[in-house]
Design a binder for this molecule. Structure first.
Ligand SMILES: Cc1cc2nc3c(=O)[nH]c(=O)nc-3n(C[C@H](O)[C@H](O)[C@H](O)COP(=O)(O)OP(=O)(O)OC[C@H]3O[C@@H](n4cnc5c(N)ncnc54)[C@H](O)[C@@H]3O)c2cc1C
Length: 445
């Protein structure tokens, strides 16, 4: 009998799951429900179209709707699932009624946290997610003179940079002392703040949003310090797991509010899997549950869920979280955690810092690269890394996440081999220098 796998969600996790199902059981019936008009596009590119680094939204569409038809993946667009009955193995779909499943993957993603202040109903509040809406908002940006970005989350950091590149007078408000304070350390973000200032951005840290002000359309935001005039407000509050449907069906959630899953991405309900931003997964070193990671995590989790939902076997490991993004004129990134998180969790560490360069110092385009490594006192096992620089941050973040995962120490990193070629790498690799400096610091203690 043909297996029917139903997937709720057409984001990175849902579409990863669809591919996973088909890879294991090509004959299976795969039905995807999404609340949006599209599935095969990159939301990650939206800030860069707004900032004019990418010239068209068309470039963000990655596959045609026909490509999914050809692959045997039956995508139902603008199709909201309103209920899951796990006992009868059916979902209730708006306009379609009940649809049965043999396996179910819940990949309902994230919502931006509700700012929870008066004025949330005003026009002119932009929540960046759906590409069709982004295309319309991009036209609005042509008419906007001043904008406020609410919260320096990773998306907030990208949107501040985008609006500044667009020539819009941009204010950023955030209740923390520095941007992306839940992830990045202040020394990593300081050059980013300086470059925003050069771009004309006004930053308001330690500042709380009190209200959106206006009559029908937003005209200002009220903060704990002042009223800031704005034609547009981009709400970039932190991501919260969208779990309403699953919770109503009895799926267990954990301390972050995300669905609890095992290493097969199976939920607490037999036959029901979950993946992406609606789940939580453990950090590889601390075991602390993490939620709302990246699109690449969501895709890999979806693939795992899909493979298992189709009767295959794949496990998803705990995460060591390589991350990175463009921010102002810099690239920031890291792996695992930095000093702020280590301190908050009471994890002791020693630090090795290095200020290096990305290419030979005489080669045109050479950029600075700052590397900070955290290691366990005594063993000097790598715990995490944070970086800021002009290029080469992503590759180092990916490598350092693997280094944390496999227990490399500062001694290993201080003796690692590295590529030296004037156009692409300096003789002294900043990771090696940071590791040696960390060893020296540890030995002086
Ligand atoms: C503007 C933007 C920039 C980003 N930049 C990056 C980046 O640079 N790098 C990176 O790795 N990631 C990036 N991301 C990815 C992001 O942060 C998430 O990690 C990713 O979108 C999670 O994918 P997901 O499939 O779990 O959920 P989502 O993308 O949130 O998708 C959820 C899906 O579920 C559907 N859904 C929800 N409820 C229902 C329902 N009841 N019925 C039917 N369908 C439903 C929605 O319609 C949607 O299709 C970006 C995202 C955005 C929006």
């Amino acid at each position: 009998m043909t297996r029917r796998v139903v997937l709720i969600g057409g984001g990175a996790a849902g579409m990863g799951a669809a591919g996973g199902v088909k890879a294991v059981d090509p004959a299976s019936e795969v039905v995807v429900y999404t609340g949006f008009d599209d599935v095969a596009y990159s939301p990650c590119g939206i800030p860069y179209v707004h900032g004019k680094e990418i010239d068209s939204f068309e470039r963000l569409f990655l596959a045609s709707k026909q490509a999914y038809v050809d692959a045997g993946i039956d995508v139902h667009y603008n199709a909201n699932v309103t209920g899951i009955d796990v006992a009868r193995k059916v979902v209730e779909v708006d306009g379609e009624g009940e649809v049965g499943w043999d396996s179910l993957v819940v990949a309902t993603g994230f919502d931006y946290a509700d700012p929870g202040v008066p004025g949330g109903e005003l026009e002119g509040l932009y929540y960046v997610k759906n590409i069709r809406e982004a295309i319309e908002w991009d036209k609005v940006l042509d008419t906007v003179k001043s904008a406020v970005v609410v919260e320096a989350s990773p998306l907030g950091v990208e949107m501040v940079t985008a609006l500044a590149h667009r020539g819009i007078e941009t204010h950023l408000i955030d209740p923390s002392p520095w941007p992306m304070s839940e992830i990045a350390d202040p020394d990593i973000m300081a050059p980013v703040e300086d470059s925003w200032n050069e771009l004309g951005v006004t930053t308001h840290f330690n500042t709380t949003l009190k209200a959106f002000l206006g009559d029908g359309h937003v005209r200002a935001v009220q903060t704990s310090d002042a009223e800031i005039t704005a034609d547009l407000v981009v709400v970039c509050t932190h991501k919260e797991p969208n779990t309403t449907l699953g919770v109503a069906a009895g799926l267990k959630v954990g301390s972050t509010g995300g669905f609890v899953v095992d290493e097969r991405m199976a939920t607490s309900v037999p036959g029901v899997f979950a993946a992406g931003d609606c789940t939580e997964v453990p950090h590889g070193l601390t075991g602390v549950p993490l939620q709302g990671l990246t699109g690449s995590h969501a895709y890999a989790q979806g693939k795992t869920a899909g493979i298992n939902a189709a009767g295959g076997s794949r496990t998803y490991s705990a995460v060591y979280v390589p991350w990175g993004t463009a921010a102002g004129k810099w690239i920031i990134g890291g792996a695992s955690f930095g000093e702020t998180t280590a301190t908050a969790l009471g994890i002791p560490y020693v630090v090795g810092n290095a200020q290096g360069i990305s290419r030979a110092r005489y080669y045109p385009g050479v950029k600075p690269v700052k590397v900070k490594l955290l290691a366990e006192p005594g063993s000097l096992r790598l715990l995490g890394a944070q970086m800021v620089g002009g290029e080469g941050i992503k590759e180092r973040a990916d490598f350092l996440a693997v280094a944390v995962k496999f227990g490399l120490t500062l001694y290993d990193l201080a003796r690692m081999e590295n590529v030296y070629s004037p156009a692409i790498g300096a003789l002294n690799e900043p990771i090696v220098v940071a590791a040696q400096n960390g060893i020296d610091t540890a030995q002086k203690r």
